[in-house]
Design a protein around this ligand. Structure first.
Ligand SMILES: Cc1cc2nc3c(=O)[nH]c(=O)nc-3n(C[C@H](O)[C@H](O)[C@H](O)COP(=O)(O)OP(=O)(O)OC[C@H]3O[C@@H](n4cnc5c(N)ncnc54)[C@H](O)[C@@H]3O)c2cc1C
Length: 433
């Protein structure tokens, strides 16, 4: 790097950050116009909307993850493994926690790095709203490590039910009737149906008892009512107990306690009710935050208080012209990454910055192989169109393909699609270890 070269640091290589690092790597890093550094606390990237499939074993994160360090070499940016724990906005430095291995040994001490432009893309974590017992007793789907932890517990439970006639049903309770809870419930039925192929024939779908618990009057509150009704019907058909208007006041080792004092008994408890930006953001002096720790930004996606800091994705509080906030979705993270890419290039070329406008292309909910439902927004009419079945499934998969295209390019995305088709013949249909 030459001494005048600008250093652009992106923290968080998820749905938004990895695409941005790739594009800036091609447009600036490879041409020597800026040094692009991506920092993530993990070595591999898994697209977050796939985590419920990792949790059930439908997807093997070890095979499907993108290794950041190898991806970086190919796409003109540098990768630093590290966990951000603070930022000094005055000196323009990021601070990274020490790296500790699985045996608790320190591999690298705490570090700091200077930036000229910083992009915070650290995503979100589940919000337990201070509910007692949730942190100690529940599983979460915030990262692939957490999804793997749930997967291990699920396999143990499947084995126990298969090997013991006395155990009865496997009870799983999921709090949060958003897309995560709904998709996970359906996926659990799907993998249970596969178990007989792998010799766990006594763990059948009728031994699976899932309660999906939602505090509001209906599941999928952020989506149109027609989608929620259709998803509710499918889930009930599968055998899921959909409990609406049920507020959880405590999680215990035995299950969830409702505000009415009822105990919802569960062997496995998963919390997926709402999101907030990670807690460490509160340590950063000088950024305006909302109640969910999200960083408030200007329409250019620069933080309200500091123009050198851009914020994208779930950790960003971006107000829209109608007063609502951009929802925490993969499509928003992707669009924000595109806007920041344009704005950074504009800054380098001393052009005015663009304002970000959220374009809602619709939402899709995938109920595993049973059904996919959703709505698509018409480009011209802006009317919402209800879709289900094969079209909806195709559109749902397209969202992931768009992400792959942003991080790999068209030819590799096509190659990956072909490889996935071929691997389906030889790979097990679920991960059982
Ligand atoms: C099961 C599930 C299903 C979903 N389905 C859909 C869907 O169908 N459609 C949709 O639009 N959205 C869906 N979402 C939401 C979507 O995944 C998120 O909105 C999206 O991933 C947000 O992108 P992001 O870049 O902000 O954060 P993320 O994709 O979460 O990436 C954040 C990155 O930051 C890293 N990181 C975090 N903290 C630090 C730190 N301190 N230091 C360094 N690195 C850090 C993480 O390791 C991660 O790589 C789903 C979410 C889940 C959990």
């Amino acid at each position: 790097m030459s001494s005048e070269q600008m250093r652009i640091v992106i923290v968080g290589g998820g749905a938004g950050g990895l695409g941005l690092a790739t594009q800036l790597g091609h447009k600036l890093g490879k041409k020597g116009r800026a040094e692009i550094v991506l920092i993530d606390k993990n070595r591999t990237h898994i697209w977050k909307p796939l985590l419920h499939e990792v949790a059930t074993g439908s997807l093997d994160a070890d095979l499907d993850g993108v290794v950041y360090s190898a991806h970086a070499v190919k796409h003109g940016y540098q990768f630093q493994l590290g966990e951000l724990n603070n930022v000094d906005l005055q000196t323009q430095e990021v601070f990274l926690a020490p790296i500790v291995n699985s045996q608790g040994e320190e591999l690298l001490p705490s570090r700091k790095m200077h930036y000229d432009k910083l992009i915070l893309a650290v995503g979100s974590v589940s919000n337990d709203f201070g509910t007692p017992g949730v942190q100690e007793n529940c599983y979460f789907l915030d990262s692939h490590q957490q999804a793997n932890r749930f997967h291990d517990a699920l396999l143990d439970s499947f084995t126990r039910v298969h090997q013991s006639d006395e155990l009865g049903a496997l009870k799983i309770a999921i709090v949060g009737g958003g897309a995560t809870g709904v998709e996970l419930s359906a996926e659990l039925y799907h993998v249970t149906a596969l178990l007989k192929i792998y010799g766990l024939s006594k763990m059948t779908a009728d031994k699976l008892s899932i309660s999906l618990i939602e505090a509001g009057p209906r599941i999928l509150p952020a989506l149109p009512e027609r989608i929620a009704n259709s998803a509710t019907r499918e889930l009930i058909k599968l055998g899921v107990e959909v409990r609406q208007n049920t507020r959880i006041s405590q999680a215990t080792a035995q299950g969830f306690l409702t505000s009415e004092g009822e105990l919802i008994d569960a062997h496995l408890k998963l919390w997926a009710a709402g999101v907030k930006a990670p807690e460490f953001i509160k340590q950063i002096d000088g950024l305006s935050l909302n109640r969910a720790n999200q960083i408030v930004v200007k329409p250019t996606l620069q933080s309200l208080n500091n123009d050198a800091v851009y914020v994208i994705g779930d950790c960003c509080a971006c107000e829209q012209p109608d007063g609502s906030f951009v929802p925490p979705r993969a499509q928003s993270a992707h669009q924000m990454a595109q806007c920041v890419e344009i704005n950074i290039l504009a800054e380098l070329n001393q052009r005015p910055l663009n304002h970000y406008t959220y374009v809602d292309h619709g939402s899709l909910v995938n109920l595993s192989r049973y059904s996919t439902v959703g709505n698509l927004m018409g480009n011209l009419t802006k009317e919402s169109m209800f879709v289900e079945g094969k079209i909806a499934r195709f559109m749902y998969i397209s969202l992931y393909r768009m992400h792959q295209k942003a991080i790999h390019g068209i030819s590799k995305t096509l190659a990956l699609w072909l490889a996935e088709k071929m691997m389906r013949v030889v790979r097990p249909r679920m991960k059982l270890h």
